[in-house]
Design a protein around this ligand. Structure first.
Ligand SMILES: [Zn+2]
Length: 501
């Protein structure tokens, strides 16, 4: 299909190809995948649409601004850079306990740079002209990427939804799109649910939940989770690893959990981070990743000031996006693992965000984080630093990783993908997406549900704990996620325990 035959149709208006429609009737696996390839092929022309408002006078400009990486020596340096910069791109600054002050990235103008120079702080200019970066990106996206693959440039939430719709239409036996909830401005938060067909008598599968772009400007995260969706859908039935994972788990991918903020970065302000809540005093936005209801409200790791990039909101779960994710999670108690994907900095963070104390179960969190890091390196990816959020990066209170782990006992990690900055060139999309596909594959294959106490290894403590829960009929002993505790759970646990997972 050519660009001209497609005209200016939005992707959501695009009609599935005959191949995609026929797949709903259940054709054999190989023709299905061929037809799916036709779907993707058709997409490359849909991506050439002109994007609204790229030249709008309402767009926020960053003329004369740059991003500088500074080496902070002490609290005086930190005070100074926070005086001269409105926006720390390393999110909220340290200190990271016991790790020194380290380097932080700040958006500054010429006067800010001069002040940093005068202070004697070591610094380097990471991105010399932010407006030029925005202009080049906007020009590229409005010019279209006809004839190129879907992953060769960034996509709007509508484009991503249409892409997932096509994936679900291509393989309805394993993929289903559903609505999680709606944002403050009533945009849909959608999810793609992926799992192999259930055999009769098999209960629900444990769920691996993956979401991206809580912070609106972190565009590359949307592409990484969309790529994961595409790989799992495409490879199920032909690739043994993928088939094994989707026959063992349900993988749920929610690419855009902050749709209002994300839309705003496309239309108005490329570096918007929060949602679009109008706050008291005329400021906008709550940081969704400070609004979760676990350790919410601490001033170390969030802000009570509406103008802050880390504003936590007026109450835990005050924001509809957070409430929607919470309610979906409560309605899906099978979630055992969670990734909240961010950028940038090349980290794999795990709880706690709010405290320097080690989590109970830190052994499993650490073992699996290090395993993902190594899987990325082994696949030819870049180095990531794995560690607890508070010490490795900075304190976060009201973050999703702490809520999933602390309130739901779900193993939760926050990857920070590649940068630098929030506009990695489009050539960075596929390498970043591929290394995270590898990481998630490794994670799913190496999670051990029988490590009941989350120590990172199997021992008699796990056995004792499971047996106690089983004898008490505790839902924690519903090992096979059938919704009730019975001898199948005992058998499944015992088998995993004997086999060492
Ligand atoms: Zn983020």
């Amino acid at each position: 299909m050519s660009q001209s035959s497609h005209g200016g149709l939005c992707p959501s208006e695009w009609v599935p190809s005959a191949g995609a429609r026929s797949m709903r009737r259940g054709t054999p696996a190989v023709p299905r995948i061929r037809a799916w390839a036709a779907v993707i092929g058709a997409w490359t022309c849909a991506a050439g649409q002109p994007l609204a408002a790229l030249d709008s006078p309402d767009r926020v400009r960053y003329d004369g601004e740059m991003v500088v990486r500074v080496t902070i020596r002490d609290s005086r340096d930190l005070f100074l850079v926070n005086q001269v910069s409105p926006d720390c791109w390393s999110h909220s600054p340290g200190p990271a306990d016991g790790m020194g002050w380290g380097t932080l990235d700040y958006r500054v103008g010429a006067a800010g740079l001069e002040a940093i120079r005068a202070s004697g702080m070591a610094h380097e200019i990471l991105i010399p002209d932010l407006q030029a970066v925005i202009d080049a990106e906007a020009m590229r996206l409005s010019g279209g990427v006809a004839g190129r693959g879907w992953f060769e440039d960034y996509k709007t939430a509508e484009q991503v939804r249409a892409f997932l719709e096509q994936l679900a239409a291509a393989r309805p036996e394993i993929a289903r799109l559903e609505t999680v909830g709606h944002s403050l401005e009533n945009r849909e938060i959608y999810a793609l649910r992926l799992s192999g067909p259930l055999s009769p008598g098999v209960g629900l599968r444990p769920i691996v939940l993956i979401n991206s772009v809580q912070h609106a400007r972190e565009w590359i995260t949307v592409m990484a989770t969309s790529y994961l969706a595409e790989q799992l859908v495409t490879l199920y039935g032909t690739d043994a690893r993928t088939t094994g994972i989707l026959d063992r788990y349900e993988v749920v991918i929610i690419p855009v959990v902050n749709p209002d903020g994300y839309a705003f970065t496309w239309t108005t302000n490329r570096f918007w981070r929060k949602n679009r809540r109008p706050n008291a005093g005329g400021t906008f936005g709550v940081d969704n990743n400070r609004n979760w209801g676990f350790a919410w409200g601490l001033s170390n790791g969030s802000s009570g000031n509406g103008s802050s990039e880390t504003y936590r909101g007026t109450a835990a779960f005050s924001e509809p996006e957070n409430a929607a994710m919470r309610d979906w999670t409560l309605a899906n108690p099978g979630v055992v693992m969670h990734l909240d994907v961010h950028s940038y900095g090349q980290y794999i963070l795990y709880p706690w965000g709010y405290s320097a104390l080690p989590t109970p179960g830190v052994g499993a969190l650490q073992r699996l984080a290090v395993g993902m890091r190594d899987a990325i390196l082994d696949s030819g990816g870049v180095p990531y630093l794995a560690g607890p959020c508070y010490q490795t990066l900075y304190p976060i209170s009201g973050g999703s990783l702490d809520w999933y782990y602390g309130a739901r006992s779900v193993l939760s990690w926050t990857p920070e993908l590649r940068g630098p900055g929030f506009n990695p060139p489009p050539e960075a999309i596929l390498p970043t997406a591929r290394e995270w596909h590898e990481a998630v594959m490794w994670l799913a294959e190496n999670f051990c549900a029988a490590d009941v106490d989350r120590s990172g290894f199997l021992d008699t403590d796990d056995y004792d704990r499971f047996v106690t829960a089983f004898e008490e009929g505790d839902p924690a002993a519903d090992y096979d996620r059938s919704g009730f505790v019975d001898t199948d759970d005992f058998d499944a646990f015992a088998r995993a325990f004997m086999e060492g997972c």
